[in-house]
Design a protein around this ligand. Structure first.
Ligand SMILES: [Zn+2]
Length: 331
């Protein structure tokens, strides 16, 4: 909770972090199951455990919450040792038997995280590669070079993140998917093998994954130029401080530059969106924006200023935002 900027609420008797709470209604306590639980006598009498807390606070799915929880607990990200052993300390401390059992639909193994199926790529990463292939597929003629390059950068970003290099066998389905979807827009004079060669050759050339310094710099310059009226409106939070809206604008910009896909951003860079912002504040604001539905935290990075960047997806569409602004005018 401290890492979510909610340290002051992590007590037996506290004010609820989710609403105005004159008399402390919120409580954090250790349950019989060995997990920490929360409860609020006003808004959530049933309460829940640490996972449920993340679900409620960030508005994410249970699946995402488990993933995030493991990451916040410092569990080694993604690809796993080939053996199907959970480190004993974590297995016994963090997961009661029901969650560890392979039969349980909520066990981390069944979520493809961080266990491997023993046959290479876990389902989660495989799906991500397919998604990247689809989002970078050509949708018009004469874009193959650009789109393919973007796909390669995205793949390199995944590569970088999961540690051990993606193997050719893991990369092939991504190429196949990209080629299949792009086909109608590809140059008929060029063969699949030709594109395949470009694919692997390009992977060799791509050095810096999506979210590199140049992209961030470009996005920041874009954001600094924006007038306050051009900043995104935060849904349901019309009076949001400019610092929030500048960070939201930075996300919007990065999302645009990355073809509406997933992008990286460190809290140190996020802080640059608004003059005088510390990276800690940027971190807190980022989680607030996630809660408010502006962005989705795809993968949480390191909070330290030089730590690994987090991955995000921008959720507000241009049109939604305009509706929001119009509504503001009517009021
Ligand atoms: Zn409450």
């Amino acid at each position: 909770m401290s890492r979510l900027g909610l340290g002051e609420h992590a007590k037996k008797v506290a004010h609820c972090p989710w609403h105005h709470d004159e008399h402390p209604s919120f409580s954090v306590f250790e349950g019989d199951d060995g997990f920490w639980h929360y409860k609020c006598f006003v808004c959530d009498t049933q309460g829940g455990d640490e996972i449920a807390f993340l679900v409620k606070h960030l508005g994410i799915s249970r699946r995402e919450a488990i993933k995030l929880y493991l990451e916040m607990a410092g569990f080694p990200p993604s690809r796993p040792p080939k053996s199907c052993e959970y480190p004993q300390s974590l297995a016994s401390r963090k997961f009661p038997p029901s969650r560890r059992s392979p039969e349980s639909p909520e066990s981390p193994e069944c979520l493809g995280y961080p266990m491997s199926n023993g046959q290479g790529l876990d389902g989660e990463v495989e799906k991500e590669l397919q998604r990247l292939a689809a989002s970078n597929a050509c949708t018009e003629r004469s874009t193959a070079k650009k789109r393919l390059w973007k796909l390669l950068r995205d793949l390199r970003a995944v590569d970088e993140r999961i540690g051990p290099k993606l193997t050719n066998r893991e990369l092939m389905p991504a190429f196949d998917e990209w080629h299949r979807l792009s086909q109608p827009f590809l140059d008929p004079a060029k063969t699949r093998d030709g594109y395949l060669a470009k694919f692997f050759a390009g992977l060799e050339k791509v050095r810096v994954p999506t979210g590199d310094g140049d992209t961030i710099k470009k996005a920041l310059e874009g954001v600094w130029k924006l007038a306050p009226s051009e900043l995104p409106m935060i849904p349901g939070c019309e009076n949001a401080p400019e610092s929030w809206r500048r960070i939201a604008a930075l996300h919007r910009e990065l999302s645009r530059l990355c073809g509406n896909g997933i992008y990286f951003l460190s809290y140190r860079d996020a802080a640059k969106a608004y003059d005088g912002l510390s990276h800690q504040s940027a971190y807190t604001i980022t989680f607030a924006l996630a809660r408010l539905g502006v962005i989705k935290i795809v993968r949480i990075g390191d909070v330290r200023p030089n730590g690994r960047a987090s991955e995000f997806r921008y959720l507000l569409s241009e049109t939604e935002n305009r509706v929001e602004e119009d509504a503001g005018f009517e009021l």
